[in-house]
Design a protein around this ligand. Structure first.
Ligand code: SAH
Ligand code: SF4
Ligand code: F3S
Length: 458
């Protein structure tokens, strides 16, 4: 069967789609461009209204591509969890809807639907345990799935948990991903070990709130810091990252790990959401700016080179100019190297829907533009400070922009910064994906660095 996967949303959705592609390819299906596909899988995101609306537009478009009786659309991810049955009612060519826990069985259902053209299914039940997937290596007889088409050589993501228990007032994720379920640490460690054996050099541990890993197991399994230490010991493990961290749950041992573990990358995404105590309280984030800044200080003490990034929401209900100024102020204090910032968006069923007054679109947009302009400057300044420095880069793929006389490759340093390196005299036959190389930074740009190689890749 020829299939196409379209993905929206966070790293977890990207990873889910990647897994699904590999699982289907291992069953003999072929991932192809949309124009050639018979089966269309849309992995959706519901975090703001815009990505949700996009799903309906895409489904209408895909309807025109379902021309033979065997053609159909499967909708997965957070909008699927949210709308469920509704997709079957509204779109006759949607024949599978699978939510957050349903994805583990999606390959089996896709195969069934490809044979039985009458069948339509919704798989939206939340399960009590973390649903292990094939290739997840909870079963020692299983094998790692081979890398998929979109994967970056040398890098892999490993799920450590599913869901979220925090119910931040603005957020739909606890409803779409369900309650927090940590995966067994032994399955995680086995998967990491197998990935390293297969040549992976950088692993990113994934979860909505990795710092609360294990808390749902009442101490019967490792804590997140213990898990980090265990993974760090795996022979050949060169780089570890994790995302996302909720500031309220970051343990002192995790902060310490940044100073102690040589293979834990000096990079942390620590969503602040707002710099105003008043707004943080309404958001239900359970920390205030003093506590957040204290964590940042200790992180910088433990690891002076740490690269901090964040998420910020502007225009949360009741946000005043003063509240917004506090957010700008926290940006100045922390000096995030980059940030994702969003205008607050009402989501069905979340607590903030009922909070007033709403901030007008115009004011929210003005605040967002102002914040993003300032972030651009800070990013540029942070990158400028790096010129002349030596760093190790994990090479990913040829750069988008190429020049005559050689070939340029893009990779990331341990801080997660994009670095482009020019290999003079080489051409597109050069294969460097997954290799490490030492470089000297020669130039900084708005969002990336340019480096020249010092020594050979390994
Ligand atoms: N688990 C992660 C975030 C997942 S959602 C965490 O707790 O940090 C990713 C980001 O989307 C959030 O950090 C938040 O900044 C943003 N977001 C979530 N709900 C939103 C909403 N209703 N409107 C605007 N932005 C939102
Ligand atoms: Fe959403 Fe808050 Fe959970 Fe993050 S921690 S997923 S923002 S509810
Ligand atoms: Fe979106 Fe679901 Fe991720 S709502 S951000 S895809 S957890």
């Amino acid at each position: 069967m020829k299939f196409n996967v379209l993905t929206f949303g966070c790293q977890m959705n990207v990873h889910d789609s990647d897994w699904l592609i590999r699982a289907m390819e291992s069953r003999g299906w072929k991932a192809v461009d949309e124009s050639e596909a018979n089966i269309f899988i849309v992995n959706t995101c519901s975090v703001r209204d815009k990505p949700e609306q996009k799903v309906y537009n895409i489904l209408r478009r895909l309807g025109h591509l379902c021309t033979s009786p065997g053609d159909f659309v499967a909708v997965g991810g957070c909008v699927a969890q949210q709308i469920g049955e509704g997709f079957l009612e509204k779109f006759p060519y949607v024949r599978l809807v699978f939510g957050s826990d349903g994805i583990a069985k999606a390959p089996q259902y896709l195969e069934e639907l490809a044979v039985d053209h009458e069948k339509r299914l919704v798989v939206n039940d939340f399960l009590a345990q973390y649903p292990e997937r094939e290739g997840g290596l909870a079963d020692p007889n299983e094998e790692l799935l081979p890398p998929g088409i979109g994967t970056i050589p040398g890098q892999a993501f490993v799920n450590i948990m599913q869901g979220c228990d925090n119910f931040c007032a603005y957020c739909i994720v606890p409803y779409t991903r369900g309650r927090q379920k940590s995966r067994l640490s032994s399955a995680i460690i086995d998967e990491c070990r197998a990935l390293v054996k297969a040549g992976i050099r950088e692993i990113t541990l994934l979860g909505q709130n990795v710092n609360s890993f294990g808390l749902d197991k009442n101490g019967s399994d490792l804590s997140f810091s213990q898990l980090l230490y265990k993974i760090s010991e795996i022979e050949g493990m060169e780089r570890i990252r994790f995302t996302t961290s909720h500031p309220k749950d970051i343990a002192p041992e995790v902060v310490k790990a940044f100073g102690e573990l040589p293979n834990l990358c000096p990079q942390l995404h620590l969503p602040v959401q707002s710099g105003s105590d008043n707004i943080l309280k309404k958001m239900g984030r359970k920390y205030d700016r003093a506590r957040y800044l204290g964590i940042v200080e200790r992180l910088k003490e433990a690891c002076p080179d740490i690269v901090l990034t964040t998420d910020i929401i502007v225009g949360f209900p009741g946000e005043t100019d003063e509240d917004f100024e506090q957010t700008m102020d926290i940006m100045e204090r922390v000096r995030y190297e980059s940030s994702f910032s969003f205008k607050y968006s009402d989501r069905p069923g979340v607590a903030a829907v009922k909070m007033n007054p709403k901030v007008s679109e115009e004011v929210a947009q003005k605040r967002l533009t102002h914040l993003q302009e300032r972030q651009k400057q800070i990013t540029r300044e942070c990158l400028e400070e790096l010129t002349g420095k030596d760093m190790v880069v994990l090479l990913e793929r040829p750069s988008k922009r190429q020049e005559a006389g050689g070939v340029s490759w893009r990779g990331k340093d341990s801080g997660g910064r994009v670095v482009n390196i020019f290999f003079e005299g080489s051409d597109e036959t050069l294969q460097l994906g997954g290799k490490l190389i030492k470089v000297k930074i020669t130039q900084s740009k708005n969002h990336s660095l340019v480096g020249s190689k010092v020594g050979d890749p390994w």
